[in-house]
Ligand binder design. Sequence first.
Ligand SMILES: [Zn+2]
Length: 269
Amino acid sequence: MAIPVLIDSHCHLNYDYAPKTAEDLVREAALFGVKTLVTIGVDIPSIKQVQTLSDRFPEIYHTIGVHPHEASTLTASDWDILRTAVKHPKCRGIGEVGLDYHYDHSPRETQKDRLREQLAFAAEAGLPVIIHSREAEEDLLEILRDYVRAVPAGRIPGVIHCFTGTLAFGEACLDLGFYISFSGLITFKNSESIREAARRFPLERLLVETDAPYLAPVPFRGKRCEPSMVVETARRLAEVRGMPFAELAQATTDNARRFFSIPLEPIQA
Ligand SMILES: [Zn+2]
């Protein structure tokens, strides 16, 4: 029997995985059925890097955006770069963007302003957003509610990546049309609240991701995370939902294809 196909919907392949190369990561992922990888931009310098990866590998797509940690680095002159970059044929989303009140690397007002601007940009570009959320649920929901009004009916507004939120927050995001993505955190011993959310949320809105090189799932916890490891996250998600792994894989892969407009056959940009 063929192994189920998975999509790692969120990883950072432009980081250093030495001694492994991007070729190694893509090849090893494919051995585990992980046939498509979406590498996520976090700032202006990473745009070129994710584009290069997309150009080199048919299996890789990318997103562009400025992370809340870097919000204060996004200047008016960067917008020309973003407007050009969004036209790349394998750019499939805006992100990661969001609010992070845990680290507060950028002032909160700046984070909110840069988030609103990037959401408006996504709505205009017709691309979904990848949302990073940490200890900012109330402010984030208020901003997302405004944003979805600008998204035409029938279009997917975005995904809450690496879900760690409250059940109420997740349900509010689902009501707004958002997808929810689960990372390796779902395999951690003390993550019962994440598993509870994973049990309840509708299957047709779920994605799986590694967030590599961060958050390696059990049994790799503490090691560097790599895209092939998304299998462990998907397995645990299937177990939590009491369904066969193959079915869960098929559903999340269909969801990711729909979300990122990924064709069945790999394309070369
Ligand atoms: Zn990330």
